[in-house]
Design a protein around this ligand. Sequence first.
Ligand SMILES: [Zn+2]
Length: 53
Amino acid sequence: MKVVCILCDRFFEPDRLQTKKLHKHPHRIQICTECHDRISEETLARQELHSND
Ligand SMILES: [Zn+2]
């Protein structure tokens, strides 16, 4: 099973957890692990910036 990442428009193989979610919520937005990691890093960086405020 392949899904398209909404951020980079590339096909990727969802992991087992994502596949499970896809069956339950077929319309859920999918993000590949690469983009997910990038977002997590950006979110963490932002949180750090915010905590320094
Ligand atoms: Zn992606």
